[in-house]
Write a protein that binds this ligand. Sequence first.
Ligand code: PEP
Length: 250
Amino acid sequence: MQTLAVANWKMNGTIEESLKLVTELKNKIEDFSLVEIAVAPPFTALYSVQVVLQDTPFKLAAQNMHWESEGAYTGEISPAFLKDVGCAYVIIGHSERRRYFGETDETVNRKIQEAIASELIPIFCIGETAEERRSGKMEMVLERQIKKGLRELHMPDLKDLVIAYEPVWAIGTGETATTAQIEQAHQFVRDLLAKGYDAPTANGVRLLYGGSVTPENSKTIFQVKNVDGVLVGSASLSAEKFVKIVRSKE
Ligand code: PEP
């Protein structure tokens, strides 16, 4: 299973800025043998970035989508549009979307189902808040998010699935989870998938860690058991930092 590094640019980057950043990445990264790389620019820059990345091994990712393919949903972007613009991946259920835009386990589930039906690979984000961790509910929260998020999904649906464990308290805070915390959460998710499906299916799901990944801590994070990649926010806005993160995978 190839390691995956995803650059989530969030709501940053005009078309010009996105082109500058992606061109730097393209010029600096030649070796994709150890790490598959996906970049997730804002919607408005997807097409321009795709033009730069076509015929390269870089993959294009979107940061969100609606679950319908078209219709009266003002302001929304459908999976069909993401396919049309060349996306391979779509981030679903990021904690910022759950927290600021009312996404629920149910809407996340609809999106995951539609992404798979549209042949987009979901990067399904889960993770507990600081309060949930303090009160000993981490595993309970992850279990609820996974069970509800994957409702009505069957073994073949999980073939390419990516799950990103992103403790909310570690996102954009500079506070990275410890290797022990990451290992525990990833093992828990792997076991839960094995229980709900079977071991080969569980082992085929790539589990990413996200939350203040930097060039300083990425090497250690890549070495944690059951970490199959990283989802990088802030540090991915610097080509230099993101390239260092990718190169720290040995
Ligand atoms: C994220 O946006 O998914 C993320 C992990 O952000 P950061 O790396 O800035 O914590």
